[in-house]
Design a protein around this ligand. Structure first.
Ligand SMILES: N[C@@H](CCC(=O)N[C@@H](CS)C(=O)NCC(=O)O)C(=O)O
Length: 178
C-alpha cells in the first residue's frame, strides 16, 4: 500500500527512494516574509488523525507517524537498515542522537537574528566537531560498518538521482533559508 507523507524532509525522501518505497507526498506551502502564512497546513493539521499533529508526518496503513526520527526509523525497520548486531544498534542510536544535537545547534544559530555575530564562534568550533565523525568513519567504510543505515549515508544520498541541494531549514531561518 502506498504511504502518504506530509511535507517530508529531504532525508526521508532520499531514504524512500533508496529503498524503492512507493509514496505520495502532500506538500504544504508556506507564504513569504514577513507573514510566513502557514494556513495551508494549519487548516489541515488535525485532519489526518495524527496523535501528535506535526510536520513531517507519514501514514502507512494503520500507522500514523510524526517526528522525523520516528519516520526514518519506520522506513528503516522495514528494510533492515537499523543495524543488525547489538553493537551496530548501539552505534545507530549514538549517531542518530549526535546528529540531532548537531542539527539543533545549527538550527539555533540559523533562526537567530544575531546569527552574523554568532557565526564566527560556530565556524571555529565546527572542525573539532566534524573530526569526531571523521575519526569514527576512519575505522570503517560506513557509519555502521559495511551496511548503509537509516539516513546516515551521505555519499550514497548525494549521488542519488533524487538528491537536490537545497535549504536546510524553513524560509523563516535567517541563515541557510535559500
Ligand atoms: N522534532 C520534530 C520537529 C518538527 C517541526 O518542528 N516541524 C515544523 C517544520 S520543520 C513544523 O512546521 N511543524 C508544524 C506544526 O508545528 O504544526 C521532527 O523532527 O519532526
Amino acid at each position: 500500500m502506498p504511504m502518504t507523507q506530509g511535507w517530508l524532509t529531504h532525508t526521508i525522501c532520499l531514504l524512500q527512494q533508496y529503498t524503492d518505497s512507493s509514496y505520495e507526498e502532500k506538500k504544504y506551502t508556506m507564504g513569504d516574509a514577513p507573514d510566513y502564512d502557514r494556513s495551508q497546513w494549519l487548516n489541515e493539521k488535525f485532519k489526518p488523525g495524527l496523535d501528535f499533529p506535526n510536520l513531517p508526518y507519514l501514514t502507512d496503513g494503520a500507522h500514523k507517524i510524526t517526528q522525523s526520527k520516528a519516520i526514518l526509523g519506520c522506513i528503516a525497520y522495514k528494510h533492515n537498515l537499523c543495524g543488525e548486531t547489538e553493537r551496530e544498534k548501539i552505534w545507530k542510536d549514538i549517531l542518530e542522537n549526535q546528529l540531532m544535537d548537531n542539527q539543533m545547534h545549527l538550527a539555533r544559530l540559523c533562526y537567530n537574528p544575531d546569527f552574523e555575530k554568532l557565526k564566527p564562534e560556530y565556524l571555529e568550533a565546527l572542525p573539532a566537531m566534524l573530526k569526531f565523525y571523521l575519526q569514527f568513519l576512519g575505522k570503517q567504510p560506513r557509519f555502521l560498518g559495511d551496511k548503509i543505515t537509516l539516513g546516515l549515508e551521505i555519499s550514497a544520498c548525494t549521488k542519488s538521482s533524487g538528491f537536490l541541494p537545497r535549504r536546510v531549514f524553513t524560509k523563516m531561518a535567517v541563515w541557510g533559508n535559500k
